[in-house]
Design a protein around this ligand. Structure first.
Ligand SMILES: [Ca+2]
Length: 175
């Protein structure tokens, strides 16, 4: 029994020493150099996001979330474009945006705050409007265009791809 314990201890000791041999200060540097990106926040690990189905009288939508899964070292400004059949100002509004698009600030989370354990993220505050006219279904297409912070530019879409780069809101008519 003692021999087995010794063997286990010896194995652990060898593993620990080999770990420390492989560690280098470059590993820390490479963490900071991970390519950051900004993307729409899907359920779980999905790489696509289902269209948001809403009614035109739903008011402010609270599910259109943009995240930085890789974390950020300072506030990130995200620009997005707007398209689709819904008319800005008539069918919907977004604070701080115009018909062509807007910006979003994802604030750097303070790690000293225990509430801030989730990935850094922010909602795009889309508010749908009812118009009193039976005018059918309309869509808003929100596309992430660019993102940057004090450290430089970040990619948009998951890993800089087209995945999670666009979100669609389908507005059902209630008139
Ligand atoms: Ca309507």
């Amino acid at each position: 029994m003692k021999k087995i314990k010794f063997l286990i201890l010896a194995t652990v000791a060898v593993m620990l020493s080999s770990c420390s041999d492989e560690f280098s200060i470059n590993d820390i540097t490479s963490v900071e150099e991970l390519p950051g990106y900004v993307a729409f926040n899907p359920d779980g690990t999905a790489v696509t996001i289902a269209p948001f189905q809403v009614d035109e009288n739903d008011g402010l939508l609270e599910d259109i979330n943009v995240e930085i899964p890789t974390g950020n070292l300072s506030d990130v400004t995200v620009t997005y474009s707007l398209s689709g059949t819904a008319v800005f100002g008539t069918d919907y509004t977004i604070d701080g945006a115009t018909a062509s698009g807007g910006t979003l600030i994802i604030e750097h989370k303070q790690t000293t705050d225990p509430e801030d354990e989730v990935a850094d993220n922010e909602d795009i505050p889309v508010r749908v409007l009812t118009d009193g006219v039976a005018d059918g279904e309309k869509t808003i297409i929100i596309t992430l265009v660019s993102a940057s912070n004090a450290e430089g530019d970040l990619a948009v879409g998951r890993g800089g791809t087209d995945f999670l780069k666009t979100a669609t809101v389908v507005i059902a008519d209630v008139d």
